[in-house]
Write a protein that binds this ligand. Structure first.
Ligand code: SF4
Ligand code: SF4
Length: 494
């Protein structure tokens, strides 16, 4: 069996808007993907079952018609009965897609006791190509992030990316074959994994090289600052849906800040003006940053607090755990009133507090954090912070996490907030010294999936701020607390 003409074109021009740029690039030798240099990647599956569990793995395992027929046959069922028992239909796109059902956040075919796949021999393409999906291998950064989800990937350090373990070495050709097959499967081609692999022998070398060139050239992360603890990079992706992006509505290149101890967590992300716009950057540092939009869901949720403050009231705001400063610069953009008819409150003071001088320097240098009135940049522990000139705050945002040992894995996890920023002494200080008693909101970023700990945290905060709203995001909660009742309907949407 061979790939259809449509699929061959998809391999050739697998990312949209590529045709014109590819023509221009044909005079240059095609670019090779980064792991060609290392001779492949290190991976050996330990059968831990994690990729079939949770939102990252079993979130959506897409299956095409042929795969459903084969699995149904294996289970001695007709396709209709199989679909009823095991398939979820997703009609949100132009054509309905089907995925395997999940039970208790795991794939319905994962045996919870043995952690084995009960349809292993006929599992769908998406399972066979994992972890060599385009979005996981496109850069060393993405491969390291993938290693945090999959214990079979070996990337302990830079050296191990280059010196592949002999017992887990996967050749670059094998990885690229999986990447292509995964892309073809995702595009909707109704073929089985084995047939797609066989068909690769019939694809012209030029076409395969152009696929690799396009994948490399049009999906990039450029490191613009790196120290022992911090990484800042610019991210250019044609198909954001595939990549580790926090918001798929946001289109265009972004700049992100990561702590190396928790690479998969994006601390700050800002939108950059598109390269194709009139403002063409001459160097990464000169890339213009868009402060009119928020990229991360956590920042958008924290900003909702502004909707609860009375209109036309001067804002005195502090952000403990400023990071790259995306939120304060967004607040400044919208609330530094130049237009008197603007209905948004005017910002009077905006204190940006962070315990790390390096983070604040990076925020100013690479994320455009301003350090002039009304912003005051303060390097200080959050629990020691005091507003200037005895002013009382309307809004205090606390976005600080602490690294904690994880009993379930070798990597530490982030827990927020740290005890010091929710202790009784700190809550008393908020009430007596920091917050405006008439009209104030305190916002905590909460990262903790332990239900009983979450409940005690809410109860503790309620003893000082009786009115609490908890907003659930995919990876955390945003907790809003105030002295006076607030209603969701009150929030004015912008
Ligand atoms: S997470 Fe990785 S090591 Fe674990 S079962 Fe999946 S592929 Fe194998
Ligand atoms: S079909 Fe098998 S390999 Fe694929 S997600 Fe389900 S249990 Fe895992």
């Amino acid at each position: 069996m061979q790939l259809s003409q449509g699929t061959r074109q998809r391999i050739s021009f697998s990312h949209r808007a590529l045709s014109s740029s590819s023509k221009a690039e044909k005079t240059q030798p095609p670019k090779k993907i980064w792991f060609r240099e290392t001779g492949g990647l290190s991976f050996r599956c330990t059968a831990c079952g994690k990729c079939c569990t949770g939102t990252k793995g079993a979130g959506k395992v897409w299956v095409n018609q042929k795969e459903r027929e084969v699995i149904a046959d294996e289970l001695y069922m007709d396709v209709k009965s199989f679909d009823e028992a095991y398939i979820t239909k997703d009609s949100s796109g132009q054509s309905p897609k089907r995925s395997l059902r999940t039970v208790d956040n795991r794939c319905i075919f994962l045996d919870p006791n043995t952690k084995q796949c009960s349809i292993y021999e006929v599992r769908p393409t998406q399972c066979r190509t994992y972890p060599f999906w385009p979005q996981m291998v496109v850069s060393p950064f993405d491969w390291k992030v993938a290693a945090m989800e999959c214990e079979g990937i070996k990337v302990d350090d830079e050296q191990s990316l280059k010196n592949l373990c002999q017992d887990s070495r996967v050749s670059a050709k094998h990885v690229m074959d999986q990447v292509i097959v995964q892309s073809v499967h995702k595009s909707g081609e109704d073929m089985l994994y084995e047939d797609m692999i066989d068909s690769l022998d019939f694809i012209e070398q030029d076409t395969l090289e152009m696929f690799e060139h396009d994948l490399t050239e049009h999906n990039k992360r450029l490191t613009i600052y790196e120290s022992d603890s911090i990484l800042v990079q610019d991210n250019y992706f044609l198909d954001e849906e595939d990549i580790n992006m926090s918001d798929r509505e946001i289109r265009g290149p972004t700049r992100s800040l990561h702590f190396k101890s928790h690479l998969s967590v994006t601390q700050t992300e800002v939108l950059l003006y598109d390269q194709k716009s009139d403002v063409i950057p001459r160097s990464p540092q000169s890339l213009p940053i868009r402060h009119d939009r928020l990229v991360l869901d956590v920042h958008r949720a924290q900003y909702m607090a502004f909707g609860w403050i009375q209109p036309n009231k001067p804002l005195n705001v502090a952000i403990i755990g400023t990071g790259g400063g995306a939120l304060p610069m967004y607040v400044l953009h919208h609330h530094q009133r130049k237009n008197e008819s603007s209905p948004l409150q005017r910002v009077q003071t905006l204190d940006c507090v962070d315990a790390s001088q390096e983070v604040l320097d990076v925020a100013k240098e690479y994320f455009g954090l301003q350090d002039t009135y009304p912003i005051r940049v303060i390097c200080q522990m959050g629990e020691d912070y005091l507003p200037q000139n005895g002013l009382k705050l309307n809004i205090l945002i606390i976005d600080v996490a602490k690294s904690t040992e994880n009993p379930e894995s070798e990597s530490p996890v982030l827990i927020a907030p740290p005890e010091s920023l929710v202790s009784q002494a700190f809550l008393d200080r908020l009430n007596s010294d920091l917050m405006d008693q008439d009209d104030a909101i305190v916002v905590w970023n909460v990262v903790n999936r332990n239900t009983s700990e979450l409940k005690s945290l809410v109860q503790k905060i309620q003893s000082s701020f009786p009115h609490v709203h908890l907003l659930a995001l995919p990876n955390n909660y945003i907790l809003f607390a105030s002295m006076h009742p607030r209603h969701w309907e009150q929030i004015s949407s912008d």
